[in-house]
Design a binder for this molecule. Structure first.
Ligand SMILES: Nc1ncnc2c1ncn2[C@@H]1O[C@H](COP(=O)(O)OS(=O)(=O)O)[C@@H](OP(=O)(O)O)[C@H]1O
Length: 312
């Protein structure tokens, strides 16, 4: 099953194996690769190769791998404005739920790209999927990874708010957060808590990918300075800085930056209702306890990535 994000208002247009395979032939795209395999021979039009004019379906050279509720949809929608990027609008969940369907299936989902364009997809659950780093490495060790991170306490509340909007009968956030609240024992088996232990998850990625191949977007700065954050994303992808502050305006009603397309007559575009929900009110004491809980993980994370995200 592909996940269709309700906020997304634009679509885009042999079995994978569990071993340390070399990257598939011809999966290099335009990003310089260290171990780029020679391109596969041209296949007949009936296969996944398309007409050269329309481009070809390629495996992604870059992935937004997380984190859930970090601002991944905003990054995807902003970056796909770039003429050198084509992105899948849905979340394919290939490296977690659909891996058994194989790389050909995965490739068939991708939009067609020209030689000069990067293919991109986003599935936020990859970041916390144990097998994802190895599987992505086996697709191509040169895959560029983007992780959008956000204060883990706010992220957890955002995650809970989303679940509550679908299942109004779930227990309270305060109740779910602790194994024993009076002893301050946080329930790390609850996904909403676990996802925010970024330092822990990052370790699995660093077993396969060098830090230089992972770009961290600040979910907070993405809201206060979208052009600045997207400038760094474009640099990381090795594409020109096409997306600038001219592409954004702050929508007061939405309370978030939205896209405008200065060079066209297309109307401005904000993300949908599921992005930027009003969060559930949480007991401030619980927020403090969770801040304390996350502090060592955050410090470790800052040290590892060499950036202070200033989550208080
Ligand atoms: N420009 C813009 N417009 C709307 N929303 C924005 C934007 N930039 C970042 N955000 C934040 O993105 C949060 C949702 O994160 P994700 O897109 O990663 O969510 S999801 O995992 O795909 O469900 C969403 O979280 P909530 O505010 O908790 O709903 C937003 O805070």
């Amino acid at each position: 099953m592909l996940t269709r994000d309700p906020s997304q208002d634009r679509g885009a247009g042999g079995n994978a194996r569990e071993s340390n395979l070399q990257p598939p032939r011809g999966s290099c795209g335009r990003i310089p690769l260290r171990t780029c395999a020679p391109p596969a021979p041209r296949l007949p039009a009936s296969n996944h190769s398309g007409s050269p004019k329309l481009g070809t379906k390629r495996l992604p050279q870059a992935l937004i791998v997380g984190v859930k509720k970090g601002g991944t949809r905003a990054v995807l929608e902003f970056i796909r404005v770039h003429p050198d990027v084509r992105a899948l609008g849905t979340e394919p969940h290939f490296f977690d739920r659909n891996y058994g369907r194989g790389l050909d299936w995965y490739r068939s989902l991708m939009p067609r790209t020209l030689e000069t364009q990067i293919t991109l997809e986003k599935t936020p659950s990859y970041f916390v999927t144990q097998e994802a780093p190895r599987r992505i490495f086996n697709m191509s060790r040169d895959t560029k990874l983007i992780v959008v991170v956000r204060n883990p306490v706010t992220r957890a509340i955002s995650d809970y708010t989303q679940t509550l909007s679908k299942k109004p009968d779930i227990p309270t956030f305060e109740g779910l957060s602790f194994r024993n609240r009076s002893l301050g024992l946080v329930d790390v088996s609850w996904n909403a808590i676990r996802i925010g232990m970024y330092a822990l998850h990052l370790e699995s990625w660093l077993r396969y990918f060098p830090l230089a191949q992972i770009h961290f977007v600040s979910g907070e700065r993405l809201i206060t300075d979208p052009a600045g954050e997207m400038g760094r994303v474009q640099d990381f992808l090795g594409i020109k800085r096409f997306i600038t502050d001219k592409h954004f305006y702050f929508n007061k009603t939405k309370g978030f930056p939205c896209l405008k397309k200065p060079e066209s007559s297309v109307s401005p575009r904000c993300l949908g209702k599921s992005k930027g929900r009003t969060h559930v009110q949480i007991d401030p004491e619980v927020i403090d306890q969770l801040r304390e809980f996350y502090r060592p993980y955050n410090i470790k994370f800052y040290e590892t990535v060499g950036q202070d995200f200033r989550w208080e």
